[in-house]
Design a protein. Structure first.
Length: 182
């Protein structure tokens, strides 16, 4: 016991608790004390293992989130670049088909190809779909339905706007016309 003159300090309470524990232990047999300590040890080990497992799971989740963040960081920028490709496509479609505008058409086609190459290097690729292929709601967006005896119901009859994926995630769905025959 220390020489504190203040009876209300915490150290006196700790001393009293220690004395109570000692007197309790005197009443218990040595085997009971060992069994209690072993149980407490088991509990502490279990808590430690649970805490370690939680920490590992948290680390894995953070690693996955960091990987996804890095993998899909260009999503917003890429979606905006797709509008440029759409505009280039519309421009190419509206260039008169004559010798006078051949160089303009060729230049626009080269620009389009270069933009697509840049996207491909960044893992952004066109969703490949052709008329007659099955409609896939995960990759396609139905903009209209039309009758077309050439294809069966539920298939794509026309591609209205190209769709793109970033890795396996759809960046923009392909807008299509879907066959609906009577």
């Amino acid at each position: 016991m220390h020489k504190c003159k203040n009876d209300k300090c915490d150290c006196h309470e700790n001393d009293k608790a220690a004395e109570n524990a000692k007197s309790e232990n005197k009443e218990k047999s040595l085997e009971e004390v060992i069994a209690d300590l072993q149980n407490e040890n088991k509990e502490l080990k279990n808590h430690l293992l649970l805490a370690m497992a939680d920490t590992e799971n948290l680390r894995k989740r953070f690693d996955k989130e960091r990987e996804d963040l890095m993998k899909y960081a260009v999503s917003k920028f890429a979606a905006e670049v797709l509008h440029i490709i759409d505009n280039v496509d519309r421009a190419i479609e509206n260039i008169p088909d004559s010798e006078t505008f051949k160089n303009v058409r060729d230049g626009m086609m080269m620009n389009r190809k270069e933009i697509l190459n840049i996207l491909a290097r960044n893992k952004i690729e066109k969703i490949n779909i052709n008329p007659g292929d099955e409609f896939n709601p995960h990759e396609h967006q139905a903009m209209m339905e039309e009758e077309n005896e050439k294809f069966k119901n539920g298939t794509v009859s026309k591609v209205l706007q190209e769709g793109y994926k970033l890795h396996e995630r759809v960046l923009r769905p392909t807008m299509v016309s879907v066959v609906k025959n009577k």
